[in-house]
Design a protein around this ligand. Structure first.
Ligand code: NAP
Length: 311
């Protein structure tokens, strides 16, 4: 068994909530180094840097997980690949599609692994939903992703800046489930984006989808202004007559009202198992389908200005 010596770049919320504890519990990985612009350190890491360029110079480091905001991911990932390190990309994998394609090509040339992670896909309920829908046509899809930005993203200014994606930061998680379970490709038909008058990223979005050949009622509603109960639900009705509902962000599955799967999410455990498998096979996994839908929603989106957002 090869133990992958890993460095984490960016010790923000997701690095602390998930990457650090999951790496600690996975014997295939050893945390060797961290880099934090604020100068944070971690007891398990032999090396600590403020400048990630210094971290990339550590010769025994094999891989890095880039847990920064998306706007800076491409440059860091580029530097990492050129330094001979394999790369795990937090979602969204870059700021633009062209950046992601550049990384894919660069990793191939360098003979290194690059891995686009979509954490919401790593749920048993999502796998079971995909199996249940295989071979059927979809008559109705309703994605409801409504949460309270003040609760989930306090103080995260980057999320409101251009390239921070606004409501698509959580919305892309829903789209990563949709692209995983849909039995046929899905496209953005219409998109309406609500921008607070003082921000460069949307606070809400309404999307209509189409597939190549069905004429269904396929929609998504994303909103960051939800107080009280939060909704992370995906309902799908098939031409076979059954209805499937994924709730709690993809960790719970009901089919025709019958509970099929309800599990505590183990998403990042699944991500690191997959990363180990890719590294062992020296293969990359670059799935850009959720990211393309977001790009398309911005590309053809109708812009509506709404009240300023003040945290
Ligand atoms: P965050 O709490 O704001 O953390 C991001 C960290 O990146 C910052 O704390 C900072 O850490 C570092 N950073 C910021 N600007 C940087 C720059 N210019 N160059 C290098 N490093 C920089 O954000 P987060 O919630 O962890 O999200 C990070 C990424 O993970 C996002 O793409 C997000 O979509 C994804 N994600 C988040 C969650 C979640 O629940 N929060 C879940 C899944 C995925 P240092 O000061 O330590 O460098």
């Amino acid at each position: 068994m090869t133990v992958h010596k890993i460095g984490i770049i960016g010790l923000g919320k997701i690095a602390q909530d998930q990457h650090l504890p999951v790496i600690k519990s996975n014997p295939d990985f050893e945390l060797l180094a961290v880099s934090s612009t604020r100068g944070l350190s971690h007891e398990d890491a032999k090396y600590t840097f403020q400048d990630y360029h210094e971290l990339l110079k550590v010769p025994e480091l094999d891989v890095v997980a880039i847990c920064t905001p998306p706007q800076v991911r491409h440059q860091i990932a580029r530097d990492a690949l050129l330094a001979g390190k394999s790369v795990l990309l937090e979602k969204p994998p870059a700021a633009t599609l062209s950046e992601l394609e550049d990384l894919r090509v660069l990793a191939e040339r360098a003979g290194k692994t690059i891995f686009t992670t979509w954490h919401s896909q790593y749920n048993k309920a999502v796998d079971e939903a995909k199996k249940a829908l295989a071979g059927w046509s979809i008559k109705r899809l309703l994605v409801t992703w409504k949460e309270d930005v003040r609760h989930w993203h306090p103080g995260q200014e980057w999320i409101w800046q251009a390239g921070g994606f606004g409501i698509f930061d959580p919305g892309i998680n829903a789209l990563s489930i949709v692209t995983r379970i849909m039995p046929e490709p899905i496209f953005i038909k219409t998109s309406t984006l609500q921008f607070p008058s003082n921000r460069d990223a949307p606070i809400a979005a309404n999307l209509e989808f189409q597939t190549g050949h069905t004429d269904g009622n396929l929609q998504a509603v994303f909103d960051w202004r939800q107080t009280g109960p939060q909704s992370w639900d995906i309902e799908v009705e098939t031409d076979a007559g059954f209805t499937l509902k994924l709730s709690q962000g993809g960790s719970c599955l009901e089919i025709d009202g019958r509970l099929v799967v309800q599990e505590q999410p183990q998403e990042y455990q699944g991500i690191y198992r997959r990363f180990d498998a890719l590294l062992t096979l020296n293969r990359s996994e670059v799935d850009d389908t959720p990211f393309r839908l977001v790009a398309d929603a911005f590309m053809i989106g109708k812009r509506v200005q709404v009240d300023p957002f003040v945290e």
